[in-house]
Design a protein around this ligand. Structure first.
Ligand code: SAM
Length: 228
């Protein structure tokens, strides 16, 4: 039995530990006509590791607008594609949304397999309420950053943010300034990797930790909602 009959299958890939690839992900990657990949070198290495040889098509922030139309036309004509990003679930702070929207508008069947993504383990590890939460992805770097932070100041749900090692300290300091130093939060880094760790504390404690210790790796910040 096929792992999916959809013409476009979004296939989550490991965020660190290669054992997190699912059996269905491997079946789909083996079955499709081609794999649409954010970075063909990164995904090429994963396919090689899995012993899967499929053609790769590059699809990234710089060409996605112009690629969407031809990819949708090819799927409408009968080809089946998998979409992968460098790590985690495609379309979650990664390319994918434009292709999904255009495929659905053209009547092409789309499916997203369940699988690795960074925000779920970070949220659950945080120990903060996860019955309701808001995924904020990356905060704007410059324009709109302050406005977004102000908008979130009274958000009652737990908030999940992605951040790079270069900006994590600044983001913790900005969150501390706008939300107050006593707000509870957690920082998870290197999830599923050798140096995985989750630190829990107040925003003030977490900011001073990373002011003293240079942040390394990939980060998810989880912040408690404002008291209702
Ligand atoms: N599509 C991915 C997903 O489903 O999580 C997210 C891609 S986004 C370009 C990359 C960001 O995800 C990183 O900057 C970091 O915030 C987060 N991330 C990815 N892998 C991670 C890991 N192993 N540990 C902690 N955060 C991670």
């Amino acid at each position: 039995m096929s792992a999916s009959n959809a013409s476009l299958v979004l296939v989550p890939t490991p965020i660190g530990n290669l054992d997190d690839i699912t059996l269905r992900a491997q079946k789909v990657l083996t079955d499709v006509d081609a794999v649409i990949a954010e970075d063909t070198r990164v995904s090429g290495r994963l396919l090689q590791h899995l012993g899967i040889a499929r053609p790769l098509i590059g699809f990234h922030a710089h060409n996605e607008h112009r690629m969407v139309e031809q990819l949708v036309r090819r799927m409408a004509d009968g080809e089946r594609f998998a979409l992968v990003s460098d790590a985690g679930t495609p379309a979650i702070s990664d390319p994918g949304f434009l292709l999904v929207r255009a495929a659905l508008a053209a009547g092409v069947t789309v499916e997203c397999l369940p699988g690795p993504t960074a925000f779920v383990p970070a949220l659950v590890n945080s120990g903060l309420p996860c019955d309701r939460f808001t995924f904020e992805g990356f905060l704007p770097v410059k324009k709109g950053r302050r406005t977004r932070l102000e908008e979130l100041r009274h958000e009652a749900r737990t908030m999940v943010l992605y951040e790079s090692p270069h900006r994590v300290l600044r983001t913790l300091q900005d969150l501390e300034e706008v939300f107050g130093g006593e707000r509870k939060a957690s920082v998870s880094r290197e999830l599923s990797k050798l140096y995985e760790e989750t630190l829990r504390g107040t925003l003030a404690e977490l900011a001073s930790h990373f002011a003293a210790k240079e942040p390394r790796g990939e980060f998810v910040i989880v912040v408690a909602g404002a008291p209702e």
